[in-house]
Design a protein around this ligand. Sequence first.
Ligand code: NAI
Length: 246
Amino acid sequence: MRLLDKTVVITGGANGIGAVAAALFGKQGAQVAILDFDVHAGEAKAQELHATGVEVAFFQVDVADNDRVKEVANQVIEKFGKVDILVNNAGITKDAMLVKLDAADFKQVIDVNLTGVFNCTQAFLPAMLAQGKGKIINTSSIAGTGGNVGQTNYAASKAGVIGMTKTWAKEFGRKGINVNAVAPGFIETNMIHTIPDKVLEQIKLLTPYSRLGTPEDVANAYLFLASEESDFINGTVLEVDGGMLK
Ligand code: NAI
């Protein structure tokens, strides 16, 4: 088991990539704290994992809410006694071409995708600093590395995540904490359901494997960066996009 007795916190763990990753972490021997806005799916996922023998707990939180994140961080540490790995996976899209992009939609995406990562990292970091060891994995996107039409807000948030990742790698590397990012390509989850099938077909053709990514593809990258196998990797952005032509 690659995460035996490790405590993992995963935001956005109720659905999509996060839910698959939560199950994978549990299977690898970790205790799992699922943090998500979606109470219904979060509780169901926790129950499902519990039934397979995973020590798991669900905490309802909006990652954009700094006070609530701090409160939940205390509850997680009270329950599990420590935090070894934080996966900042929660994210949203509110796509529009720049000329039509509503200021409120710009702000909301930044609040969740960028400020949310700041809030959670700041809240869980003291526990990692105290034990002199930890892993932080931030979810960026190929929109953050290369931009994407209709995603001004999302690309800005995901590029910002890379900036914070590289900064924190420098700030905390010497304290035994690795900070890395994963930049997925197009992954089959609810997030891409708004993309028309015709566009998805074109996207597949841009990928040498002629397919979209699966949540498992990304969860496996999280697992590698969460495990001791990646102990000398810090401040990197791991693209999980099947080698898509960009
Ligand atoms: P998803 O929509 O299936 O799951 C996202 C999860 O985050 C949901 O459970 C949702 O309830 C939760 N969430 C949303 N806002 C929240 C908030 N304010 N506080 C707490 N939880 C919140 O999406 P998916 O695809 O699993 O995305 C996971 C991460 O991967 C996101 O950061 C996303 O931006 C990123 N990503 C996804 C890609 C894709 O093609 N699906 C591509 C590149 C990056």
